[in-house]
Design a protein around this ligand. Structure first.
Ligand code: SME
Length: 156
């Protein structure tokens, strides 16, 4: 890894560390999930300046748009469709380096180039929602994002 990349990686780690502490203190006395999603989306978005940061909720057989920051987005996504529907079906985080190479990617915005989608579980292990983040740059998301974002959604 080049020196520049190591510094950028350390910077990202430090930002997530602080962000996690802020989200933890903001959410620990709140039990309304939608309100927490709204503030979590706002805080992640403001910290990193991503293109789109938001939640999709499992409602029956579909995902329905939840609180988000960024341009308007698709309202409903079917099970198994797109990156979000795939994360739901496969029950695992999707880290997409280049959305154009992801079969069935749903382009809510043509500016989106890379994406990460994290499943959110209730205490019985069922998926209740997903955190979806889009970047207008290729390859924005890596193991560091996956690790911290999976930890952050546990605060919901
Ligand atoms: N790209 C997503 C759709 C949601 S938007 O990115 C906000 C997908 O393929 O599931």
């Amino acid at each position: 890894m080049s020196e520049e990349l190591i510094i950028a990686q350390g910077d990202k780690e430090a930002k997530y560390n602080l962000l996690y502490t802020q989200i933890e203190s903001l959410t620990h006395n709140e039990n309304d999930t939608i309100a927490k999603m709204a503030n979590i989306a706002a805080m992640i978005h403001a910290t990193f300046g991503f293109w789109w940061t938001g939640f999709y909720r499992v409602v029956g057989e579909e995902l329905v748009l939840g609180p988000f920051q960024g341009p308007l987005a698709c309202t409903r996504i079917a099970y198994g469709k797109g990156v979000c529907g795939t994360a739901w079906k496969e029950n695992r985080t999707q880290v997409v380096y280049d959305v154009d190479l992801f079969p069935g990617h749903i382009a809510c915005s043509s500016a989106s180039r890379s994406e990460i989608v994290i499943p959110i579980h209730d205490n019985t292990g069922e998926i209740t929602a997903l955190l979806d983040i889009d970047s207008e740059h290729l390859g924005t998301f890596d193991e560091c994002d996956r690790m911290w974002l999976e930890k952050i959604v546990e605060l919901l």
